[in-house]
Design a protein around this ligand. Structure first.
Ligand code: FPP
Ligand code: MG
Length: 289
């Protein structure tokens, strides 16, 4: 089975990211934290999606690389801050930034990454920059919904608003920015924005389902949010709650693919379909029930 790491778009991003961090002054306090964060790798899913959307819309990968890095850096910043907020101890198999370097340094590392991301995206047009800003605001808003999710009042509707904002929004911006970089018009970019949002939502529901099933080995948090399987579990048995959650994943994936099917055949489109499955349904264990 093909893995994300096998894609040339992944390698392109990985190399650009490593080059950017390694080129920093060795005396920089920030560099060692960034090296730690980069050492844990990550799948670079969002930037890969951005580059593939550029390619599917007729553009070339080189032109989208800075935008892709901007997305990856703001994503990394959000995870560093998220780990501070929910007491995350492990991230991608390594110690979280605040655990290793302390909360003040971790917050500043996030600030650095957000600023670097802004400078990288600023070289693109208004549409791309607006998508980027919109996603950042939604992510912070989604996270505020998340941290207040402990109450019994937190229902399915609240959950979907939360994940669309905290996770779907950056996938959505990645896909839309990818289209804009290729010179696509607003109609195409908005279609791809919706595609990205469905993929991001499916990804988050899968992540929450894996956490509910205790299947996440490469990360751990002190505080856990109220997630979809937990909401369903209030009204039904374990298996039924898992099945209902799974159906929501399948629905998002189906909706995402229905949008992709409107685009002409291309190598990049095939890869986007593969990536959609790889980060959603393919993540689910065979022994789910
Ligand atoms: C992970 O959720 C967290 C997010 C998807 C978003 C976090 C966003 C912020 C902290 C706002 C910061 C905003 C900007 C613009 C930097 P999770 O805790 O469910 O997933 P996890 O299991 O991977 O921790
Ligand atoms: Mg977290």
């Amino acid at each position: 089975m093909i893995e994300i790491e096998d894609l040339e778009e992944y390698q392109l991003i990985r190399n650009a990211k490593d080059e950017m961090v390694h080129s920093m002054d060795d005396r920089s306090h920030m560099k060692k934290m960034l090296l730690h964060i980069c050492s844990s790798g990550g799948k670079n899913i969002r930037p890969v999606m951005l580059v593939l959307c550029t390619e599917m819309c007729g553009g070339n990968s080189e032109s989208s690389i800075k935008a892709a890095l901007a997305i990856e850096f703001i994503h990394s910043a959000s995870l560093i801050h998220d780990d501070v907020l929910d007491g995350g101890l492990m991230r991608r198999g390594v110690e979280s930034a605040h655990k290793k370097y302390g909360i003040p340094a971790a917050i500043l590392c996030g600030d650095f990454l957000i600023s670097k991301a802004i400078s990288l995206i600023s070289g693109y047009g208004n549409n791309a920059v607006n998508e980027f800003g919109r996603a950042g605001m939604y992510m912070a808003e989604g996270e505020t919904i998340d941290i207040s999710s402990v109450s019994e009042e937190f229902r399915e509707r609240n959950y979907f608003e939360c994940i669309s904002k905290k996770t779907g929004s950056l996938f959505a911006a990645s896909a839309a920015i990818g289209a804009y970089v290729a010179g696509a018009d607003e109609e195409i970019a908005l279609k791809l924005r919706l595609f990205g949002e469905y993929v991001g939502n499916a990804y988050q529901i899968v992540d929450d389902l894996l956490e509910y099933l205790n299947k996440l080995e490469d990360k751990s948090s002190t505080y856990e949010s109220v997630t979809l399987p937990l909401i369903y579990r209030r009204a039904m048995g374990h298996d039924a709650a898992v099945e209902k959650t799974l159906n929501q994943v399948l629905l998002c994936v189906q909706n995402a693919k229905a949008i992709l099917s409107q685009f002409p055949s291309s190598n990049a489109k095939d890869k986007l379909e593969i990536v959609t499955d790889l980060i959603t349904v393919d993540m689910l264990p065979d022994d789910i029930f």
